[in-house]
Design a protein around this ligand. Structure first.
Ligand code: MRU
Length: 381
């Protein structure tokens, strides 16, 4: 997708495959910078500090992390240790384990001398497949949006089709296109008038920082709202559909996504607003039935709750009077929100039970959020 009119992906090889470039998402939307990952440690740190984030992109970064580890030491011991280190970086998104297993299982039977090259080819294949899956999700989601838009009453025809999304499940969370945002990009490009309500997504503000940035760069009309505004908008008929991504989908169709998704699903259910979840096959965990009971929920630092990051506005007031304009304006800063000593708690994901999900939009088509629905698309995968 585009940044300043130039097509970008989120990750790629450089230096003849000796390192991997990624977009540093901790600096967005204020600074666009890439950084190089040259070692297993670099890859693990990029995932855990959320330089890269989003379930599919975490998976691809993990796969390249194994490649970097094997370039340094292709032994069985190093492979196992690198797998463990990368797999421990973020526990909720199953794509990470899926991608790591795929690379490990491919290279483990090979002679040591061939392992790094094989890992590189497999990681690149995972990245390409991710692009293709997101592209296909976009087409299936677009068909749904078209149907819903056409089914609106005559007085609403011609008005923008209002979609609400939570977190960032756009191209920055994948390699390209995104999952939940892919149908939105396709709708916009195909001439369907679409407008996106962007949940800010506290505490890390992936919506306000990343989704709004992506949509702005693509020229998609959007409005950032606080997380608590969604229910109100739905009550007043201002949301035609909700679409989100998922970090892990159980075989019965429960979906685990960014904290706050569950509350949006409840509000959508109460207001008869369709609630869609977009996902590639790599986020399905066929070993799990009950998402609430079985999915490990990452607890991140309380500082993400008690503090907030942003760019100092030119006219921002500072303690003791005055403004932070001039030299300070434009600097990235972290500020404290809570009283000193008030603890914070930061579960990063929640589980939306399948009964609240209107349908799952996958690269293979649209399915009911049930085991039968998923099996209908994927058989016994
Ligand atoms: O903590 P993050 O930013 O990695 O969380 C990302 C999400 O929750 C996304 O919605 C999810 O990974 C699906 S991305 C296509």
């Amino acid at each position: 997708m585009n940044i300043d009119g130039k097509a970008w992906r989120t990750i790629g090889l450089e230096a003849g495959g000796r390192s991997v470039w990624v977009i540093d998402q901790t600096l967005l939307p204020h600074r666009f910078e890439t950084r190089s990952l040259r070692s297993l440690e670099d890859a693990a740190a990029a995932i855990s500090t959320m330089v890269v984030r989003g379930a599919p992109l975490i998976g691809v970064t993990g796969a390249y992390g194994l490649m970097l580890a094997l370039q340094h030491d292709p032994s069985d011991g190093a492979l196992a240790a690198a797998f463990e280190q990368l797999n421990a970086t973020r526990p909720t998104a199953v794509n990470l384990r899926w991608a790591l297993e795929r690379v490990r299982d491919l290279v483990a039977p090979l002679p040591e001398a061939e392992r790094a090259a094989a890992a590189q080819a497999e990681a690149a294949a995972i990245a390409e497949e991710d692009v293709a899956m997101c592209d296909a999700i976009g087409e299936h989601g677009l068909a749904i949006f078209r149907e819903l838009a056409a089914a609106r009453p005559p007085e609403r025809q011609g008005q923008p089709f209002n979609v609400l999304t939570h977190c960032n499940a756009g191209w920055l969370a994948t390699v390209d296109w995104g999952t939940a945002l892919a149908p939105i990009y396709k709708a916009h490009r195909s001439g369907l008038k679409v407008h996106v309500w962007v949940d800010e997504t506290r505490p890390r503000n992936q919506g306000a920082s990343l989704t709004a940035y992506e949509l702005g760069q693509e020229g998609v009309p959007h409005t950032v709202i606080v997380d608590n505004a969604g229910g109100h908008l739905m009550q007043h008929g201002q949301v035609d559909a909700v679409i989100v991504g998922t970090d892990r989908t159980t075989r019965r169709g429960d979906v685990c996504n960014k904290i706050g998704t569950y509350l949006k699903a409840l509000a959508a259910f109460d207001n008869k607003v369709p609630f869609y979840v977009a996902l590639p096959a790599s986020t399905i965990d066929w070993t799990i039935d009950d998402g609430v009971a079985e999915i490990p929920i990452e607890a991140r630092s309380e500082r993400e709750v008690t503090q907030i990051q942003g760019q100092l506005a030119g006219d921002c007031k500072v303690a003791g009077g005055g403004e932070a304009g001039g030299e300070a304006g434009g600097q990235l800063a972290t500020v404290q929100l809570t009283p000193t000593g008030s603890p914070g708690f930061n579960p990063a994901f929640d589980v939306t039970p399948a009964r609240l999900v209107t349908a799952l939009i996958t690269e293979r088509g649209v399915a009911a959020a049930t085991e039968a629905g998923l099996r209908g698309l994927y058989g016994s995968l």
